[in-house]
Design a protein around this ligand. Sequence first.
Ligand code: NAP
Length: 479
Amino acid sequence: MTDTPTQLFIGGSWVDAADGATMPVDDPATGEIIAQVADAGAKDARLAEDAAVRAQGEWARTAPRARSEILRRAYEIILERTDELAHLMTAEMGKPLAEAKGEVAYAAEFFRWFSEEAVRIDGGGGILPDGRNRMLLSRRPVGPCLLITPWNFPLAMGTRKIGPAIAAGCTMILKPAPQTPLSSLALAAILKEAGLPDGVLNVVTTSRAGEVCEPLLRGGRMRKLSFTGSTDVGRLLLAQSAEAVVRTSMELGGNAPFIVFEDADVDKAVDGAMVAKMRNMGEACTAANRFFVHSSVAEEFGRRLARRMGALVVGPGTRDGVDVGPLIDRVGRAKVEELVADAVERGARVLVGGRTPEGPGCFYPPTVLADVASDSRLMDTEIFGPVAAILTFDDEDEVIRRANDTPWGLVGYVFTEGLDRALRVSERLEVGMVGLNTGLVSNPAAPFGGVKQSGLGREGGRVGIEEFLEYQYLAVPVR
Ligand code: NAP
């Protein structure tokens, strides 16, 4: 977008960083710098905090219907600007335009969903068991929130937090990832246009995450942290949040098992694998990381998956017909290269891909590895790239044990045509979400989130708004 803002958004105004600092944003397909955006420091964070705290009281008192209609207007504007927003996202993040358009629709849907939830916040009440007191339960916003998002879904990770925060009546500071600040700034401009009052949303783009966020978390004025990112950073932020007892929602990393039983429909399993592995070039917390395939179908599955993966077109996301864009940066690509090299060293066979292309951009080809050893590093590391690692199994108990043998528990995928087995295995997987004969679970109307070290709380669904609400209980004597 030619008029995409590049300044900080504080108290409803676009402002430079107090020290005038800026940071570059580059296109991972070319390495070219596409924008310079304001690079906030601690002083800017304090100004954003002041604005969010100042706006909180009046915003909490705003009619739910008014909050709902702002979200609804923003939803409509986002859809009207699908092409512009998709181009912006592809430019700063790399995903192919068709996927970027899909993300715009997904991101917008969080605003529509939470515009509907804003007017359904209910309390409760009744006579207490002793008959002497009534209780009246009311819901209130938790207060000013710090929202921290990753680069892999630059728009949707923002709307998944901003939507329920607006619906609940919370003010907020959004700190997007430094690789993809432009989508968040464009979103702030849309919300302003949709009528969001000044100070309700503040956006601080920064390359100095610790300097900006730690004082906010320790200071005691922000009442909530909603974080999406890696488990290591999540752990650090949980510790920082402990000091002022800040409420937290954490959407962290994954290590999804993808299990194909001997009674699976292999067509469905390969289709599901293509989505679970290749959505967002494999740069998704929901990406299938470990393919456990029954030994009787492993060869056929591997061959067919390799054929499909090998047919994908790799290139700049803006080019027609491209299926797979670049990875986010050279560090991300080097990690994928190292994980593949380690697996091959331990005996994995490369069925397709596995070689980094020459030339500019952070491209890596769709890759399928068979006969992967259980002690390969990619078994306990998020690959975050287009690499499918196949292991075999023979027994249901064994595969469940191996699937659960990880500190993470975000999502699992199960492919079987047997109903009993489908339910039994799904119930025994230690994950927050299961894709049964499907490779896609994300939906704004469903509670997204994980167990174990994949996080705390849920985003989306009926429960998504709960993360931004408190109860107040009022005791009233019965006379
Ligand atoms: P990351 O390195 O953890 O960063 C996430 C965000 O946290 C970025 O905005 C980052 O900014 C910020 N951050 C890092 N250190 C910080 C600190 N000390 N204080 C405050 N903020 C800090 O993760 P990523 O590489 O961007 O994203 C990939 C990870 O996100 C993967 O693990 C993936 O599984 C996870 N993810 C989870 C979900 C989910 O819903 N469960 C969804 C998407 C992604 P800087 O880069 O400037 O440090």
